[in-house]
Design a protein around this ligand. Sequence first.
Ligand SMILES: Cc1ncc(COP(=O)(O)O)c(C=O)c1O
Length: 397
Amino acid sequence: MNPNLPRLQPYPFEKLAKLKQATTPDTSKAHIALSIGEPKHAPPGFVVETLAKHLNAVSHYAATKGLPELRQAIQSWATQRFKLDQLDPETEILPVNGTREALFAFAQTVISPSERAKVFMPNPFYQIYEGASLLAGAEPVFLNCTEDQQFLPDYAQISESEWEDCQLLYLCTPGNPTGSVYSIEQLQALIRLADKHKFIIASDECYSELYFDEEAPPPGLLEACAAMGRHDFARCVVFHSLSKRSNLPGLRSGFVAGDATLISDFLKYRTYHGCAMPLHTQHASIAAWSDEKHVAENRAAYREKFDRVLDILSPVLEVSRPDAGFYLWPKLPIDDQVFARDLFEREHVTVLPGTFLARDTESGNPGAGRIRMALVAELNECIEAAERIVHFIRHAS
Ligand SMILES: Cc1ncc(COP(=O)(O)O)c(C=O)c1O
């Protein structure tokens, strides 16, 4: 048995299921789940049609490197979106089956296991970063993202010797669950640190297309590289997905792009791992990366939900619009697990307690006293959930 396997924590949803087990919910009200970050808007019809049209491609094996046409479509999208002068589809882009598996597999490729090997990550965080680090033979280091730091880690607190042990830094922009976005300058400061201390930056940007201001999309790590003339993207890789941008979480399609040496090593790992993207998925992905209209419509739907839900919740909860993404991360008047449990019991609404998304540290658990609400359901359901939350808070004894 892999000795690190027992160190993997139960997933937040397993903890949530346990918390809810002991309750008797008011089933006269229809259940509304704001807990899972799974988009519920309809997938684009033309992508589904393209998928169906290419189903016969199941008679062929796919190459791990992906079709040149897919890498080209990704190149066109990424260069335009992130203002890149160049991004070589031959050496700097790899299709992946969603960012989850890629974020995991990347650590297995780049970590040199040792007693001192460390992987830095935000806290709260997407739990894959932690499991990937442990199974790769490195120790996760949790960097608290608190309100006083605009929900981004305070990298200035990390000592020189701590940086020396860092092999890989995961960052998430826009963040899950906080929605915080790094500025170009903040990303460039990290790139300089990566050069100084020789670590790799894996930037999880899977929420990058869900933003509120059409004129101000969140910057990305490759954009930060390009803006400082670092056209080889040394030490930097980004992870993108069609799951949130295009409402295609079941398609399992994304890409990794950046430093050609890292991409080449990752391709080698993936060839043995056996995770080539099926050809029909690749064709559907080409269609999805080549269209922005459906993404803008998607953003408009989220914008309306945030406007309406924030209007309802603001009088009773400390809650604000995130920089981007589809989560709210409100501060609660009571313990987050008690809040989630009692809200489920009385109002039949499921939210995720913040402590399930974060680890305890010397300075506390940055998820304590907060919940994550995913505004993924249709508008009316989100409004109904918000109204029930207001009712719950006003009538909490
Ligand atoms: C921060 C973050 N990264 C990555 C993922 C994985 O998404 P996918 O594998 O669908 O691309 C998720 C999914 O919820 C996420 O929240």
